[in-house]
Design a protein around this ligand. Structure first.
Ligand code: AMP
Ligand code: TRP
Length: 329
């Protein structure tokens, strides 16, 4: 029998969620909740590390809640909550800022370097400190596994380091978490440039398919997606990354195995493959959006309130231990 684990993950409401978010993150969460204790957050205090429009932010928080529910995350089995409604997250982040995290740790973070670029002095302190808030999210719940996409692995490694340092100093307070990265689909790539991750913040809307995209538009994006040279359908991520990416999307959204797809498309060309993939994507989005539309704002708000209560209860107990350990109580 599988051991029951405590699982935490979250997505920040800073853009329209894509099929990359679904394949790389949310779909595995729904599978995990059957035999684990799961906590899934809408991490709004991570979103404000870059400027957000308040009206849009408020809307996105509810939409992501609905996306979690439409993807099959069950609020009776899992805790679904909004990060900012549970103040322990920012409180612990401050404590970890002081006790366990060094400037050098954060300067090493690839995501910070990518996002700040050569403007490191002009971005918010929050963007720099982002991984510490993420460590707090994870460590508050005695989390064992953190299912994330490839790009978040480094942040989970940092959470481990912080937890170990803290435990060395103050006793065994934190459980040491582990990142879980799905092999296939861990990185769904851009449809216009297969060397880049498909991202909700991309400037080119043709590069990603949003979960709430108009279905006809989504089909067009697949038909327009770049392909590599060659004409046959073969899975070779190194030599033909664009096609490998489309096969990954096909397999994930169509519930198929890649080797099986390659066999089925033997002797057929890109044209036919893409037309079929467009239909697979359309079917997936259609079903997903039907579920999404059935959930009202009031339903989503009720789920968040129920989640807040459960998360607050767990974190209150944990914070008392942490405050006592460091001597502020
Ligand atoms: P983000 O959209 O960067 O806030 O990421 C939210 C979650 O979705 C994280 O676990 C990411 O690793 C995952 N994710 C985001 N984009 C992709 C992608 N293109 N492929 C796979 N996973 C992704
Ligand atoms: N930083 C994550 C991302 O950008 C989101 C996140 C915040 C997260 N806190 C977390 C993910 C805790 C997993 C666990 O995708």
């Amino acid at each position: 029998m599988k051991q029951v684990k405590t699982i935490f993950s979250g997505i920040k409401p800073s853009g329209d969620l894509t099929i990359g978010n679904y394949i790389g993150a949310i779909s595995q969460w729904a599978e995990m909740q059957a035999y684990n204790n799961c906590i899934f957050s809408i991490v709004d205090y991570h979103a404000i590390t870059v400027k957000q429009d308040p009206t849009i932010l408020r809307r996105r928080i509810l939409d992501i809640t609905k996306i979690y529910l439409a993807a099959g995350i069950d609020p009776q089995k899992s805790i679904i909550f909004q990060q900012s409604t549970v103040p322990a997250h920012t409180e612990l982040a401050w404590i970890l800022n002081c006790l366990g995290t060094y400037m050098a740790d954060l300067k090493k973070m690839t995501q910070f370097k990518d996002k700040a670029g050569d403007r490191q002095d002009a971005v918010s302190v929050g963007l720099f400190d982002y991984p510490v808030l993420m460590a707090a999210d994870i460590l508050l719940y005695d989390t064992q596994s953190v299912p994330v996409g490839e790009d978040q692995k480094q942040h989970v490694e940092l959470a481990r380091d912080i937890a170990k340092r803290f435990n060395n100093e103050y006793g065994p307070i934190f459980v040491i978490p582990e990142a879980v990265v799905r092999k296939e689909g861990a990185r769904v790539m851009s449809l216009t440039d297969p060397s880049k991750k498909m991202a909700k913040s991309d400037d080119s809307a043709n590069s990603y398919i949003a979960l709430l995209d108009d279905i006809e538009l989504a089909k067009k994006k697949i038909i327009k997606a770049v392909t590599d040279s060659g004409t046959d359908i073969d899975y070779d991520p190194a030599e033909r990354p664009a096609l490998a990416n489309l096969l990954t999307i096909y397999a994930a959204l169509g519930n198929r195995q890649i080797p099986r797809l390659v066999k089925d498309y033997a002797g057929k060309g890109y044209g036919e493959f893409k037309k079929d993939l467009a239909e697979v994507v359309a079917k997936f989005l259609g079903d997903f959006q039907d579920k999404f539309k059935q959930i009202s704002d009031a339903d989503a708000q009720a789920v968040l309130e129920q989640g807040r209560e459960k998360a607050a209860e767990i974190t209150q107990v944990k914070m008392e231990k942490i405050r006592a350990a460091i001597g502020v109580r």
